[in-house]
Write a protein that binds this ligand. Structure first.
Ligand code: BGC
Ligand code: NOJ
Length: 811
């Protein structure tokens, strides 16, 4: 069952009912100022950091779900309704929500009045613009009242939820003309405030939530709205909010639009005050000025559209498969931008309070984003690197606002260092910018202790080399990519954090996944050394890689598949000898991607085992059989009920590792089959089961052991976005950036006859037409560039501007 449809022409998903199986959301904002918006106008805003600069409040895990947002109330006689359906839930006569790229438009109608709410964050603007248009579709004059509402968060979203003994007394606002300013803590140490404005004369306001709602009412029945009159309350402690009342007369067929702005302003210390106790409003008024007319809104929307048009033109496929095309050309790159911006910080499953940016998460997000805005990728790589320690280890997470490592979680996740090499290699392959390797970058955010990025990468590599266990495999530390395989934790008391309890320095527990990563990613560093003329370093590193390859074959293979790990007692994990958790997906994916066991059939056997044991209709589960009981030697993965999350859920992040591994073996039919299984556009028809948005990937789909098999959770912020983009764009469609050119090496379903990828690479446009006359899955017979035959299948760097026609014949 579907709840909407894709409008590919407009690059929108159109939701046709407010009552989707779960809030279906979108992201607003491009760089610094962000908003989350659901299909019922719920959500919140923040500046740079969802924890430290939260602007509006959201009430998590509430009932009904999705409480707090950009609420507008229309009072038309005795009927009160919201253009976004919530919070009053007055049945609309008409409803549609269009989530587009960086904007959302919800239109609805009630009793002859229609409303259209457009929400977006203009480019280079620290605010969210809401254009609300009301139209009278009747033959009578309508006298209605419009009330807006935002609830302020007291900046630190964590403290905001916990510390009421203070917070109920600190809130402060100022109201002037049609603008409500939120200035809590501005008089002490903050130099920033927020405002909520409207470009119309107002007939009343509230800035104290309890007065607007009435002490015992909720968002769905505000006293001020029901009575038709704002109270003029001034937020002074308690819960400051911002609400305008506007009395609107609409003649028959008349339409009126109102522009509301939620803005964020930073003021230099010396200019904070206009007069004693009165904040300097100049910067806010300038922002308000930028969007006081519909024409200004229209122009900003046009700029946003061309911004996305430009980004999406960088990789486009034309293919006789509508669903693949819409994912590759629209939604997957869009999600990659969002994951790049947010990492795992703020979604309807991530509170924005805990995670900050993850070291491994952000490094992997780069893989799907780097072609879009390489300059931002460059900056991010250097930021990530600066949270690394001298010994190559690194903070697992850091705060985007301060860019400092997060001490609560610390380090010791031993896969982290290698992802930095992977992210950097992807950046250099995309841009050819080797100069990034020479950038001086701090260790542990200490500007007095720096090394070049290349030295950081060396530290990453050596961290693995210097931390091996009894079998010569990499020590796992707190966990590897699977955050819930906590082999040194041994927790037995409730409440102990699986992520930080126990030691990070166990010298026995080893990870075959990290070994596979080392063999797959290590060669990138070897190549970088060579290009820097560091031949002996390159040689040494290559020897380490070969040694690891042998070690995996000797101690990391279990007959039919790769082992997953050895626990802190030296016992095998992910082995046929285990009762549960006999086989895991991650090591199969990475070891085959590394090419281990390809020559002697071990890789083939491993992928066949994945197919036979782990795969189901909804994708590949992370391991089998699921753990039925808690195992303290394994940690959090065994704490989840069978079929969910890291205990045999379908973790969409590493399904693409298997897709890519299948292309290493040349099995394009398999690769694409796996692509389809977890791809949201292909799952749209079962939206009632899947439940999360059909236009973006979710982290997890419940696996075959789960009571709710096929149901997805944790949509949007997952490395799944980047990895699926890599799988489809590079491994399957086969267009892979290399240090010296663009490799064309498709691995596709044998039934595909042809497709065209238009790829912008280092400034040149390559229009690559692939044909498959012999119905093969892999192999390139001939390539021509602008009519001239090419030796091999690496397209040369052809430089800025021009378009080049490439003909590729498979066979
Ligand atoms: C989640 C993981 C996450 C870990 C640490 C687990 O419950 O399943 O995805 O990385 O918590 O926050
Ligand atoms: C989510 C975390 O953000 C990511 O870093 C981790 O790899 C996966 N969960 C799997 O555990």
């Amino acid at each position: 069952m579907k709840f909407g449809y894709f409008d590919d022409q407009n690059r929108e998903y159109v939701i046709q009912t407010p009552q989707t199986p779960f809030p279906w959301i979108n992201y607003l904002g491009n760089r610094d100022f962000f908003g989350l918006i659901s299909n019922t106008a719920g959500g919140y805003n923040f500046y740079k950091d969802a924890r430290l600069r939260r602007i509006t409040r959201f009430r998590y895990n509430n009932i009904p779900v999705d409480n707090g947002g950009r609420y507008y109330y229309v009072k038309d006689g005795d009927t009160v309704w919201n253009p976004g359906f919530k919070p009053c839930k007055t049945g609309p006569d008409d409803y549609e929500c269009r989530h587009g790229l960086g904007y959302t438009r919800i239109t609805s109608a009630k009793n002859g009045v229609s409303a259209s709410l457009l929400a977006f964050v203009p480019l280079d603007y620290n605010g969210e613009v809401n254009q609300l248009t009301l139209k009278n579709n009747t033959a009578e004059t309508k006298q209605i009242q419009l009330f807006s509402l935002r609830e302020w968060c007291l900046w630190d979203a964590s403290d905001d939820m916990l510390n009421f003994q203070r917070n109920f007394s600190t809130g402060q606002v100022e109201v002037k003309d049609s603008v409500i300013y939120h200035k809590t803590e501005y008089r002490e140490r903050r130099n920033h405030y927020a405002f909520f404005s409207v470009n119309a004369k107002i007939d009343g306001f509230d800035s104290q939530l309890q007065d607007f709602l009435g002490m015992y009412n909720g968002f769905d029945a505000p006293q001020a709205v029901l009575s038709g009159s704002a109270t003029g309350s001034v937020g002074d402690g308690w819960q400051p909010c911002a609400s305008h009342q506007i009395n609107v007369t609409l003649l028959p067929d008349e339409e009126k639009s109102f522009i509301f702005i939620l803005g964020y302003v930073e003021v230099p210390e010396a200019d904070k005050w206009e007069s004693p106790h009165v904040i300097n409003k100049k910067p806010a008024l300038q922002m308000i000025d930028q969007f006081s007319t519909d024409g200004q809104v229209e122009r900003a929307m046009a700029s946003l559209a061309s911004y996305w048009e430009r980004l999406l033109r960088l990789y486009r496929v034309e293919i006789d498969d509508e669903k693949t095309a819409r994912m590759v050309n629209i939604w997957n790159p869009y999600q990659c931008m969002v994951t790049f911006n947010m990492s795992r910080s703020a979604s309807y499953f991530e509170s924005g309070v805990g995670r900050g940016l993850g070291f491994r998460d952000s490094s992997q997000d780069l893989l799907g984003f780097v072609h879009q805005i390489p300059e931002r990728a460059r900056e991010r790589i250097l930021d990530i690197a600066s949270t690394q320690f001298r010994d190559g280890g690194c903070y697992h997470q850091y705060q985007p606002l301060t860019k400092k490592g997060n001490n609560d979680i610390g380090g010791g996740f031993n896969d982290d260092p290698l992802w930095l090499i992977a992210g950097t290699a992807a950046y250099i392959k995309e841009t050819g910018d080797f100069s990034i390797l020479d950038e001086q970058t701090p260790y542990d955010s200490n500007p007095d202790d720096t090394g070049t990025l290349l030295e950081h990468l060396t530290a990453s590599f050596n961290h693995v080399v210097e931390n091996k266990g009894p079998h010569g495999l990499p020590l796992i530390g707190r966990a590897d990519w699977n955050d819930c395989l906590n082999l040194n934790c041994h927790s037995t008391e409730p409440g102990q954090s699986f992520q930080t309890y126990g030691t990070a320095d166990g010298r026995v527990a080893e990870s075959v996944l990290i070994a596979g990563m080392f063999v797959a990613i290590g060669p990138e560093l070897v190549e970088l050394y060579k290009r820097k003329g560091l031949d002996s370093k390159a040689h040494e590193a290559q020897q380490e890689i070969e040694k690891m390859r042998q070690t995996v074959l000797t101690h990391g293979y279990d007959g039919e598949w790769f082992l997953r790990a050895y626990d802190a007692f030296g016992e095998k994990i992910g082995s046929k000898d285990c009762e549960e958790g006999k086989i895991f997906i991650e090591s199969q994916g990475y070891c085959v991607m590394a090419g281990i066991g390809v020559e002697d059939g071990k890789a083939l056997k491993a992928l066949n085992s994945v197919r036979d044991i782990l795969e189901c209709d909804h994708g590949i589960v992370i391991q089998q059989p699921a753990y039925q009981t808690y195992h303290s030697n394994l940690g959090e993965c065994s704490s989840y009920p069978p079929g969910y999350k890291e205990n045999a859920g379908i973790f969409c992040h590493n399904n693409p590792w298997i897709m890519i591994a299948e292309t290493v073996l040349g099995r394009g039919d398999r690769a694409f089959d796996l692509y389809r299984k977890i791809c949201p556009a292909f799952r749209e028809e079962i939206s009632d089961l899947h439940r999360t948005e059909p236009y973006v990937y979710s982290q997890m789909i419940a696996g075959k052991d789960a009571g709710r098999m096929g149901e997805a959770k944790n949509s949007w912020l997952t490395g799944t976005a980047a990895w699926n983009f890599v799988a489809i764009s590079q491994a399957i469609l086969g267009i892979k950036p290399q240090y010296d050119g663009l490799l064309v090496d498709p691995c596709i379903p044998s039934v595909w006859k042809e497709y065209t990828v238009t790829r912008v690479f280092r400034g040149a446009i390559y229009e690559i037409h692939v044909t498959n006359p012999g119905n093969v899955q892999k192999g390139v017979r001939s390539v021509t560039v602008d009519g001239k035959p090419l030796e091999g299948n690496v397209l040369p760097v052809l430089g800025e501007g021009a378009k080049h026609i490439v003909e590729v014949v498979m066979g």
